[in-house]
Design a protein around this ligand. Structure first.
Ligand SMILES: NC(=O)c1ccc[n+]([C@@H]2O[C@H](COP(=O)([O-])OP(=O)(O)OC[C@H]3O[C@@H](n4cnc5c(N)ncnc54)[C@H](OP(=O)(O)O)[C@@H]3O)[C@@H](O)[C@H]2O)c1
Length: 328
């Protein structure tokens, strides 16, 4: 069984290039998906508190450790949710994720979004709604990214995280937290597929040895638009390689040096997504042209409820927002 390629992070640790995404996996689906994936050779699983299924992921891990894999052979990522950005909440939330996953440590702990929400009581919605503005999330505009990042840095001494990083961060946000703390994120996990090239971000991350993990590599499944796997241009390339469209999209991300975390709960897809193919420069460029002509970012929080009234990406769809991110 092939375990696939790995890439080296700035810490020296290896990250398996293809991992399994777990967002929007329905109850009882993700446990099976994680087990199937690990038995098929996946060693990298992407999790988050907000996916509200980490206990199921944990149950799957329990089934395969140590009979199929040793813990140290796996690369497990989880993320700090927006309601736990206050410094004193960062370690307790990590502890809760570790409990759900049944682990002593994670390989990577990310700040999920550069946006804070007020803390919420256990058991209530993790996207608290503004009572005066139905459909919109309440923001915590006091806690800065630097406050949160300092608490993330402290975790490195606890042995409970091997590396820390960010997700959905623009270059100026990363520069801001590094200026205040001197500590670079090891990873930035961002939406990345041929329609969302974000060459500036990619160049910035390369220059500063920040590894990029590509989320929604097949096109975001929340957006209601046809997935990129349905696009004629992608299908045409796939035919040439006798591959699936998903394999082509995953290969596109791999060629850019990303790790790529397609989500699936369908065993045949989980297995085929892990079978890596390599694109020619010409086919890679053909796919890049799709984004050069029609750039599209799907995961814009002003486009689906609960809406977030804050500028995340300087995307045209965010032009009417009220707030900017507080870095310091
Ligand atoms: N950091 C962040 O803010 C953030 C945001 C979004 C996502 N993520 C992470 O990235 C992961 C992937 O992103 P995503 O879930 O948004 O989207 P995605 O992986 O691009 O697409 C998932 C969708 O593609 C389908 N699919 C999977 N393999 C396929 C194949 N071979 N052929 C056709 N369709 C296929 C899946 O269906 P089935 O499951 O039914 O097979 C699912 O509907 C997430 O699960 C999560 O772990 C992170």
């Amino acid at each position: 069984m092939s375990l696939g390629k790995t890439l080296t992070l700035s810490t020296g640790a290896k990250i398996p290039q293809i991992g399994l995404g777990t967002w929007l996996s329905k109850p009882h689906e993700v446990e099976n998906a994680v087990e199937v994936a690990i038995r098929a050779g996946y060693r990298h699983i992407d999790c988050a508190m907000i996916y509200q299924n980490q206990d199921e992921v944990g149950r799957a891990l329990k089934k395969v450790i140590p009979s199929v894999v040793k813990r140290e052979e796996l690369f497990i990522t989880t993320k700090l949710w927006n309601t736990a950005h206050k410094p004193e909440l960062v370690e307790p939330e990590l502890n809760e994720s570790l409990k759900q996953l049944g682990l002593d440590y994670v390989d990577l702990f990310l700040v999920h979004w550069p946006v804070a929400f007020p803390p919420v009581p256990a058991g209530s919605s993790l996207e608290p709604e503004d009572p005066n503005r139905p459909g919109w999330a309440v923001l915590d505009l006091e806690t800065s990214l630097t406050d949160t990042w300092k608490a993330m840095i402290k975790l490195l001494d606890t042995g409970k995280v091997k590396a820390i990083g960010v997700s959905n961060f623009r270059p100026d946000l990363i520069e801001g937290i590094v200026k205040e703390t001197g500590v670079w994120p090891v990873v930035n996990q961002v939406e990345a597929h041929p329609l969302n090239l974000q060459d500036d971000l990619v160049e910035f991350c390369k220059k500063h040895n920040i590894h990029i993990t590509a989320y929604s590599p097949l096109g975001n499944n929340m957006a209601g638009a046809p997935m990129l796997t349905e696009w004629a241009e992608v299908k045409e390339v796939a035919q040439k390689y006798n591959a699936t469209p998903a394999q082509v999209l995953i290969a596109w991300g791999c060629k850019r040096g990303y790790s790529v975390i397609p989500k699936s709960v369908t065993p045949e897809r989980i297995i085929s997504n892990f079978q890596q193919i390599e694109l020619s420069d010409e086919d890679y460029e053909k796919l890049c042209d799709l984004g050069r002509k029609n750039p599209k970012r799907y995961n814009v929080k002003t486009t689906y409820p609960p809406f977030w009234d804050i500028n995340l990406f300087n995307d045209p769809l965010e032009k009417d927002v009220t707030h900017q991110i507080k870095i310091v």
